[in-house]
Design a protein around this ligand. Structure first.
Ligand code: ZN
Length: 374
């Protein structure tokens, strides 16, 4: 048997592979040494026999409680990802590899590769989006911006500030695919009313390095929005500077949550300038999203911030306060939607993309209110 992770978004350390019933592995920490949870590796030479993989430092990751009820993602063809029987025992994550396989890829969630990101940019350009490089990341990657539509309302949609939350870029694929569909009347209506500024991957460096949460120098981008610098978080600095030029009436920041098995929105209700009127618009957005795709729900989520107590280093709070915008964070599960579980796939790339396509409905539902924010 052989285990490797020297590839795009790979992350694992092999401690001891001598006993196939007790293969000892460790997740490597992100740059900065604080965060870890993402893993992605290949097992070859299985020879059709079962194996037991033990990630022995699971209890030292960023969200150890999240391993309860979690099932590891795996694929033999790198197209279809299923879940393997997984348990969290004595601080270790134990993954059972079934018999009958030769080579298998495993990951915390179905990976979204840098190659696929390039394909996404190419297809969006093909369908009429404008593509622009906002600048360089610290590893020298391009930070890509797509611009779509010609309306007066500036709407921003960004994803993968936390690079291990790959479901966020799968969501983007569904969102962009529908928004660029010329036969979709709802898309045409939105593109006439608004101009969309879309950053499908805010953290290319962390994505390629196989990080859960940080960029190349260990910055958690969603704690850098108050005073971003080119030295520590150029990704945020470049996007916020462009937002200052375009203005923002609505901004959606797409994430994944390690612990909660639900799709939900977290809002900026704790910013000083929040009003009952903006709260009503947010509620209308959420109700319309639930109607459009029942995988979204409004019952489970984070607690609400106290008035005036919002953390302004986070995108949603900074953008809401800075622009008087309706800014929101969308969270999807790493595990599954507990209200409608899929035992084979769990929460999946396909359902993430469907949720992305469905967001056109809540956007359309609040267009009239957004005109007051220009
Ligand atoms: Zn996140």
């Amino acid at each position: 048997m052989h285990i490797s992770s020297t590839f795009d978004a790979g992350n694992i350390e092999v401690v001891d592979i001598s006993d196939r019933d007790d293969v000892r592995l460790r997740i490597v920490k992100d740059a900065g040494g604080e965060h870890s949870q993402w893993f992605h590796f290949r097992v070859s030479g299985l020879d059709g026999e079962p194996a037991t993989l033990v990630i022995e430092n699971a209890h030292t990751t960023s969200y150890p409680k999240a391993w309860n009820g979690y099932q590891a993602a795996a694929s033999v063809d790198r197209q279809t990802w299923i879940r393997l029987p997984t348990s969290y025992e004595d601080g270790a994550l134990v993954i059972q590899v079934p018999a009958g396989l030769q080579t298998l890829w495993l990951a915390y969630f179905a990976p979204y590769s840098r190659e696929r990101h390039h394909d996404l940019i190419a297809s969006a350009v093909e369908e009429g989006a404008l593509h622009e490089v906002l600048g360089s990341t610290l590893d020298g990657e391009d930070l890509d911006l797509l611009t779509l539509g010609e309306g007066e309302l500036p709407i921003w949609v960004i994803a993968r500030q936390h690079p291990g939350e790959t479901m966020a870029e799968w969501w983007m694929e569904g969102f962009l695919g529908r928004l660029l569909d010329r036969d979709d009347a709802l898309a045409r209506k939105l593109l006439g009313a608004a101009t969309f500024y879309v950053v499908p991957n805010m953290n290319p460096d962390g994505s390629r390095r196989g990080h859960l949460r940080t960029n190349a120098v260990g910055a958690n981008l969603n704690r850098e929005w108050a005073e971003p610098t080119m030295e520590r978080a150029p990704e945020v600095k470049l996007v916020r500077d462009r937002m200052d030029r375009t203005g923002v009436v609505l901004s959606l920041d797409v994430h994944g949550d390690e612990e909660l098995p639900y799709n939900f929105i977290s809002g900026p209700e704790g910013v000083p300038s929040w009003t009952d009127e903006r709260e009503e618009v947010r509620q209308r957005f959420e109700r319309a999203y639930e109607d459009a795709n029942p995988d979204f729900q409004r019952v489970h989520g984070y607690g609400r911030d106290e008035p005036g107590k919002a953390n302004l280093t986070m995108h949603t709070n900074q953008v809401a306060e800075r622009f008087g915008a309706l800014a929101m964070t969308l969270e999807m599960p790493f595990k599954d939607n507990a209200d409608a579980p899929d035992e084979d796939a769990g929460w999946s790339p396909e359902r993430s993309a469907q949720l992305g396509a469905a967001v056109l409905h809540p956007l359309a539902a609040v267009l009239d209110e957004l005109r007051a924010y220009v």
